[in-house]
Design a protein around this ligand. Sequence first.
Ligand code: ATP
Length: 265
Amino acid sequence: SKREGFATIPDVSWNDIGALENVRKELQVAIVEPITHPEKYAALGITSPSGVLLWGPPGCGKTLLAKAAAAESKANFISVKGPELLNKFVGESEAAVRRVFTRARSSVPCVIFFDELDALVPRRGEEGSEASSRVVNTLLTELDGLDDREGIYVIGATNRPDVIDDAMLRPGRLGTRLFVDLPGANERAEILRALVRGRPIASLEKVDDIARGCEGFSGADLKALLRAAGESAILREASSVDEHDFEYARGKVAGSVGNMDKYYR
Ligand code: ATP
């Protein structure tokens, strides 16, 4: 298994992602094209990389999108979770942030993915945020120091964009904010189709109906549903998953996102 913070080219593509077409297009122009065709951007006078913030409810594909953007660019991918960089010792968190960028510089082109970014860079000036304000400043310095020829691109992800320090979201930093929404009925069908691709499934039309009926499910919930359906097929000693397996799975798996109100500002 891959170590956290280790640079490798991920093994996913846009095709592994169901729905989210607009977000994929935005990532294509913000990350993939600048890495694969830098001359196009230079010709238009675009000289600094555009960082991206992916935000929205859990399990809806933020990590998957970031990995696919790196893979489609044939770029290395460094993934770090915000809380893991936090350290109670003075200066340690800042050093950890700088180390991430040093590591990226030795494996360009590279996409750095900061998951749970809100934990790392909460708004400064609030009580008890003195330590985090140094971390925010360190990350801002690193972001401002990137230029296009360096080949380092940053994607952040959060469920709570409202608590991230505003300075992070200015143009030239994580200036492109993309909402990764909970899928609707047809999008769930597209996601489940992406998840079952290449697997033995009795009827794809039935799969569409099942997905449409899974109100409130995230992509991660659909993945859990598929797993439970697969287990049902194994219990029956069947070699493919059919609608009865999905019915059984529906009894075991529920949507996990809950009230979406908190994700709309
Ligand atoms: P979190 O906020 O909890 O980190 P996330 O938004 O980063 O969640 P992912 O980790 O990308 O969510 O999604 C979890 C898993 O759910 C993925 O590995 C994938 O299997 C599945 N999944 C989610 N969304 C999609 C999608 N649009 N298409 C295909 N699979 C998806």
